[in-house]
Design a protein around this ligand. Sequence first.
Ligand code: FAD
Ligand code: NDP
Length: 667
Amino acid sequence: MSSPPGRRARLSSPGTSRQTPDAREEVRHRLKDLIEGNRVMIFSKSYCPHSTRVKELFSSLGVDYNILELDQVDDGASVQEVLTEISNQKTVPNIFVNKVHVGGCDRTFQAHKNGLLQKLLQEDSAHDYDLIVIGGGSGGLSCAKEAANLGKKVMVLDFVVPSPRGSSWGWALSVWSRGQGREARVLTLLASSSGRPHMVDATVLGLTLAPCPFSWPLLLLTLGLGGTCVNVGCIPKKLMHQAALLGQALQDSRKFGWEYNQQVRHNWEAMTEAIQNHISSLNWSYRLTLREKGVAYVNSYGEFVELHKIKATNKKGQETFYTASKFVIATGERPRYLGIQGDKEYCITSDDLFSLRYCPGRTLVVGASYVGLECAGFLAGLGLDVTVMVRSVLLRGFDQEMAEKVGSYLEQHGVKFQRKFTPVSVQQVEKGSPGKLKVVAKSTAGPETVEEVYNTVLLAIGRESCTRKIGLEKIGVKINEKTGKIPVNDVEQTNVPHVYAIGDVLEGKPELTPVAIQAGKLLARRLFGASLEKCDYINVPTTVFTPLEYGCCGLSEEKAIEVYKKENLEVYHTLFWPLEWTVAGRDNNTCYAKIICNKFDNERVVGFHLLGPNAGEITQGFAAAMKCGLTKQLLNDTIGIHPTCGEVFTTLEITKSSGLDITQKGC
Ligand code: FAD
Ligand code: NDP
């Protein structure tokens, strides 16, 4: 800021000229400490607009800085005078990065523009690492890899605390050996967390491995890398969903002329083994990618002990300490328990299901959201007797018309629903694999109590953030005490400037793998590259992989009414009959498509909903269109691909408000 003449005069005011040499020396020491002790030091004045611009620049880069507001300290004038001697700059803001004097506002912006600022920011050698990421799941790995791509020294800590039933995942013992030419790419998994030894060639696993650098075989142990999605979430879930869909396809195939006499049975053990083998290969390839990118991977539990220091405790209880200039918390969530008699002892959760060594048999699923309905769907599809215990509504937060349609389809396909009940105790009545469990449940609507015996009780009642045992209180990172979630600003920064958070631990953000991945990647680019791009959490598409998939993007009808008011919306909808279902003789009035449009914004699509086969695949494309501002007219102008399910959105004509019949009479 150019100082007006009057102000400049005051800098050498009688107050400052009266300073003794000792006092002056003392100020010099204080300034030296500030400049040397802070990565970014801004000398500013609180009312100065140029200082504000500079602070905003550093905030947008996600860089924490220290400020001394010269107009708010008693000896501000003396400080400014000494500062002038040190930097040869009389005005504020006066900025130092990693002990280097950058200059004022214009010079800082110039340095940002030509990349010098980013270079200076990177020259921070005070800590062991530039970045430590706690949690090696979807978000953590994405952030760590991107930071390493940008030349940073990065460490990832990942540790799986076994579930109360003892499940832990992702370990694989492999041999990496040398062959000839392309044959050099050979990896053999000897054993994995599935518990069964197996030998699989890397080429079968689809891995692209660098040739083994040694002439002798290398034995490698890979541990639980990849987090929830890979080990106990999206991946095994979608593969089990696929196993169930194949069962349906087998039934349909007879109508298409396939004849077979053998009795068709499903083998749970064979399915889980194949899925676990695939997971082991993913664990291994993640490990390899980290190695290739030079990211240090430590299989230990991370916990903050000081602002820039964490304690890493391994399986044997050995503690090691590491420091970093920045931290990213990406510790995810773990399944919640009911807190009733017998829950931790006898019930399983999604953390146990996908590697269960035996077929679960007659199963009670408690909870009716994503996890509950998806698991109920594939278990029933595999031929099991499944009941879902619903405390209140299906798929809370989703469009309730769609949620009920998901429920009806599940019901038609054998899933039983016990509505308005919640368990109060679980007792073992017979040991075994599976054994027998007596569940006593209480009505949430009245005094009624029921009891029933199941082989397996699967709890799918939500997830707890892993934020309460990682030392956040020691460094002052705030969490929402009720939910354990971490509030962050729009650059995923917590209230402690050098600590960031991404993924499922975030408050108010969608808990989905691609969201965690995108947030992690963009965060790294902002922290260590020149990027200012923020993660856009609006219009995130998602799919519930129930036997009939439900894909959606944007607002539910209820939410759209709340935001825009019913009279400002037009809802177009239809039932439809996929061609593949016609010959198979499946119901012609089950699949459903709906869009919600804002009448006063050119009929912009604010909600997209689809219940039908492959809804996940279809919704993905329409989500991109919604990002581009999709309107009803644009859908009308789009020529469909025939015969597909997706084309239904190009021919939607009936509005809900018209009340016209949407049932399908024929093809
Ligand atoms: P995570 O992937 O959970 O990773 C966190 C990691 O940190 C874990 O490995 C954990 O062990 C580790 N950790 C925790 N504390 C510490 C510590 N102190 N020190 C070291 N390591 C620690 N999303 C989708 O998009 N599509 C789906 O189809 C889908 N299906 C799902 C199915 C199920 C059954 C579940 C449970 C979830 C599903 N999700 C799905 C959600 C998705 O898995 C999560 O949104 C995603 O994994 C979140 O990534 P994250 O990086 O935040 O955490
Ligand atoms: P949710 O928090 O979404 O749902 C929990 C369910 O359990 C609700 O139906 C809730 O009922 C019920 N519940 C809670 N407490 C009790 C209780 N004491 N007794 C009986 N029922 C209870 O958790 P999920 O585990 O299903 O999903 C977690 C997250 O994982 C999701 O938000 C999603 O982002 C992600 N995920 C994504 C998937 C995908 O993309 N396909 C698949 C699976 C998970 P109520 O409504 O009454 O509160």
